[in-house]
Design a protein around this ligand. Structure first.
Ligand SMILES: *[C@@H]1O[C@H](CO)[C@@H](O)[C@H](O)[C@H]1NC(C)=O
Ligand SMILES: *[C@@H]1O[C@H](CO)[C@@H](O)[C@H](O)[C@H]1NC(C)=O
Ligand SMILES: *[C@@H]1O[C@H](CO)[C@@H](O)[C@H](O)[C@H]1NC(C)=O
Length: 549
């Protein structure tokens, strides 16, 4: 969620706000209308993959596309740019990072993992990275300053509570002592908009926005209704408030100079609903460390026997991972799987994670293996033990890392049909199945999975791995951010990628910066919201030519 908690807290405690709420039905109608408008906008076939460019959106998918201009204007994900990671950067950057938390020891959330992976990689590339973050528990406290020049330098606040004003003061002190930063990077609203307003070199990465929260609120309420559960007052309130959160975000997001959307659909929402000019919205998908998630058949088999999945009978193994709570869609999967297993006694479900639904799953009998929390070091073995990974989430804000991890391990996926998932992860039918969030739709998809069997799933898994390798790696993410940060430091870097194979020097001559989108596709943009493209243009690489044509 992108909401700045302290910011909203003041709003919530304002009694006037309550009388301002319309009746629930009016509010719901408003919500639905807004979502419908948003969805229409996002589904619009006129969206061009090369917004603001010179290419024709009517060009067939297989044609060579080229456009003149500026990387800031591309609306597909920067992960699909062919950016070198083996040459040193053309110049080193001084980067200030604001992150509410910095992961130290215990299992961090997605946003913190992203910050650590990204900024460790940038520091290894030689950039000077300074992280402003809240104080960790003293037992876990690493040395401030970081271990040497190849890791980020940490600046801790006085307490564990995030305080933007205190972090900003530390940042200003660092600037006074050692000179200005080239770029300021905020993980979601770590830098509140009041501070961000006059900082032209500020980039904010949104790990989930309120429009996505509103969408998931609708799905959660529909699932609640289908299960005949009463609406809790807290849920009712958060649903009605979500529209105001969207309206609020649309206003305050304007204060940030540059926005990174971590999925294609978030990019479209920021441009089309939040009305942030295209040149200030950049799509960079989060990345997964390749060495931690990779196909390994033997590791997977060992894990299967370790957890007691029977051998020999060629069982089909499905797996889920994450917090086992209602809004992650477990009521749907529980219902669907309990029906599926009656018809297919050879199908197993492996459940990784903790939460109230763990016991429910355990009650389903011997076809369900409940593992509890799986330590990060075991996740590779877990994914490799599966035939298919299932994620029935009802609130996929940001981008779901588990789906990307499963695909990096060469596993196909079954996931809820949300914009971020369809537009960025399951962008090709070959990668798996998406379903509308109801038990019937999920069961239908699971039946198809069982019917096609292990060999076909393994084939899909290879396609998943190939795609994940081309789009979801930490190296791709870091290269994309580096390029964006360089571009913010000096516009020269916005239109030119360093010359390759010319003495290793990143040449930046002013020769037009022609960027060529090869016929292997530019799916991430074209496909941004709903798999409009076929398998043929899945393998995307956007090359950036040097000086030719
Ligand atoms: C939800 O809240 C509204 C007021 O905002 C109220 O009118 C409505 O009855 C509530 N609905 C339920 C199901 O509690
Ligand atoms: C578009 O490309 C053509 C060449 O293909 C060029 O002559 C024209 O100036 C370009 N237009 C813009 C707006 O860049
Ligand atoms: C930007 O980079 C180019 C190429 O390195 C350099 O010639 C130019 O002076 C730089 N501009 C600024 C404003 O630093």
């Amino acid at each position: 969620m992108a909401s700045p908690t302290t910011f909203h807290r003041t709003k919530k405690s304002n009694p006037k706000m309550v009388s301002f709420f319309p009746t629930f039905s009016t509010a719901l109608l408003f919500l639905l209308t807004l979502s419908a408008v948003a969805l229409l906008l996002l589904h619009s076939p006129s969206l061009s993959p090369c917004g603001g460019s010179n290419s024709s959106s009517a060009a067939p998918a297989s044609s060579n596309r080229a456009f003149f201009g500026d990387l800031r204007q591309v609306d597909f994900s920067w992960n699909s740019l062919r950016l070198s990671t083996d040459r040193p950067p053309p110049t080193t950057l001084r980067i200030a990072v604001f992150s509410r938390k910095w992961p130290i020891a215990t299992a961090p959330g997605g946003m913190e993992r992203h910050a650590l992976t990204l900024h460790s990689a940038l520091a290894r590339r030689g950039h000077q990275v300074h992280v402003f973050t809240s104080a960790p528990p003293s037992a876990e406290r690493p040395p401030e300053g970081g271990a040497g020049s190849t890791s980020p330098r940490l600046h801790f606040l006085s307490g564990p509570q995030w305080r933007c004003d205190e972090a900003w003061a530390l940042y200003e002190a660092e600037e006074a002592a050692a000179g200005p930063f080239d770029v300021v990077h905020s993980e979601s609203v770590a830098v509140f908009h009041r501070w961000a307003r006059n900082v032209p070199n500020l980039v904010v990465s949104w790990h989930g926005i309120s429009l996505e929260a509103l969408h998931s609120g609708i799905y959660q309420d529909l699932a609640r209704g289908a299960a005949n559960e009463p609406m809790t007052p807290a849920f009712n309130r958060s649903l009605s408030e979500s529209i105001y959160k969207v309206l609020n975000e649309i206003r305050f997001f304007q204060n940030y100079a540059h926005h990174v959307a971590i999925s294609d659909s978030t990019g479209e929402m920021l441009r089309d609903v939040y009305q942030i000019p295209s040149g200030r919205v950049h799509v960079i998908l989060n990345g997964i460390e390749e060495d931690k998630f990779a196909p390994d058949t033997r590791l997977g088999e060992a894990f299967r026997s370790e957890i007691g999945v029977p051998k020999g009978t060629a069982p089909l193994v499905m797996g889920i991972a994450g917090r086992l709570v209602k809004d992650k869609g477990h009521p749907l999967l529980y219902e669907a799987f309990s029906k599926l297993v009656l018809r297919h006694p050879n199908v197993y479900l492996v459940v990784a994670g903790t939460g109230p639904w763990a016991q429910r799953y355990a009650d389903l009998g011997t076809n369900v293996v409940v593992l509890g929390a799986v330590p990060p070091a075991k996740l590779k073995a877990f994914y490799n033990a599966l035939d298919v990974f299932v994620n029935p989430t009802l609130r996929p804000q940001g981008l779901d890392l588990t789906l990307m991890e499963a695909m990096q391990c060469g596993k196909p996926v079954v996931a809820t049909r949300f914009p971020s998932i369809k537009g960025t992860i399951v962008v090709d039918d070959e990668f798996g199945y998406t379903f509308a969030p109801n038990v019937e739709a999920l069961l239908e998809v699971l039946e198809k999975v069982v019917a096609e069997g292990k060999a076909r799933l393994a084939q899909r898994g290879r396609a998943c791995k190939e795609y994940a390798k081309s789009m979801f790696t930490a190296a791709k993410m870091a290269a994309a951010y580096e390029r964006l940060f360089l571009c913010i430091k000096n516009e020269t870097y916005c239109s030119r990628i360093g010359a390759s194979g010319r003495g290793g020097r990143a040449g930046l001559s002013g020769c037009g910066g022609r960027i060529r989108v090869s016929d292997r596709g530019d799916q991430a943009g074209k496909n941004g919201y709903g798999g409009r493209t076929g398998a043929s243009d899945r393998r995307s690489q956007v090359g950036v030519d040097d000086c030719e044509g």
